[in-house]
Design a protein around this ligand. Sequence first.
Ligand code: FES
Ligand SMILES: [Fe+2]
Length: 347
Amino acid sequence: MTYVRNAWYVAAWEQDLEPDKPMAVSILNDPIVLWSADGRLVACEDRCVHRLAPLSLGHCEGARLRCMYHGLLFDADGAVVQIPGQEMIPPQARLRTYPVALRHSWVWIWMGDPALADPALIPPAVGFDDPDYILGRGFLDYAAEARLIDDNLLDFSHLSYVHAKSFGAGPEFAEERPRLLPLDRGVRFERWVVGTRGPGGRQSDAPIDSWQSYDFLLPGVLLMWSGSFAAGTAERCGFERPDYDEAIGAVTFTSQAVTPTGDRTARYFFSWGPHRNHGDEAVRDMLMRLADMAFAEDKLMIEAQQRVIDRTPAPRIMPTVHDRGVTLFTRLVDRLARTEAGEAVAA
Ligand code: FES
Ligand SMILES: [Fe+2]
């Protein structure tokens, strides 16, 4: 499958990266070591220049990292600065480094041309530093290609079937289509559900209008806001985006990031929680329990789907009307990947 390289990939939750402790991550099959020391955050190839031992088994010394096999010392720019017992340091003794950024509680790594690494392209998620939201977080490792998870997040018609129990999703997700809007680096989805009683009829005694909107952005990051509004709001807004200040409840934010780690493996990062005016830590914990249940439902289906695909000679798909978002995103990825390949040839 094709992936863009000129994009910021989520490598880790900031909270999981301990100071002075190297962390091994894998993105697009590249082994990467992350470390944060002396106020610097560094991402380098996780492969010592000497005999290819993983530097993630090394030790931080200030902002430097020592390989704990034979003791080569690397600085935060990836250069070897010490070879125990040897005076001369070859000029090519240097690791590949990756542009890295900390934003919205995520560690982001730019996998493409470092000269193009523009922090403005980091998807505008909501992190734990945002006082408006009370979030929980987690991640899941998948034995499946990242693109299958992207496809899942680009087509919520599966909610009516995969998540009928956990989310209490009604038939409207499969029977009605959201409004779609192509974005420069993704696709926007918007949906009003009019006169509902909330998921599984659980949320309110009287009918309400429920709004849900998400952006699915390169390389595979979903940012979703939703909320409940008084009956009649959808019509009054002309079925456009409402003002969240008018919400009567259930305003939540979730971010979900899909990072391809290997050919058939991915890591799926997620957060979810209520807006402070519409919930507290107990609501957050309830949402996280729901998320754990629902994301396990997706994983079961998608990993099983991967196994079937792997056993199928020349697998082909038959898109339905719900695949429009998947198709728009796939075309965007293919177009950018072709541009990247052209740039690589021209360089
Ligand atoms: S492999 Fe790193 S110092 Fe030998
Ligand atoms: Fe799902």
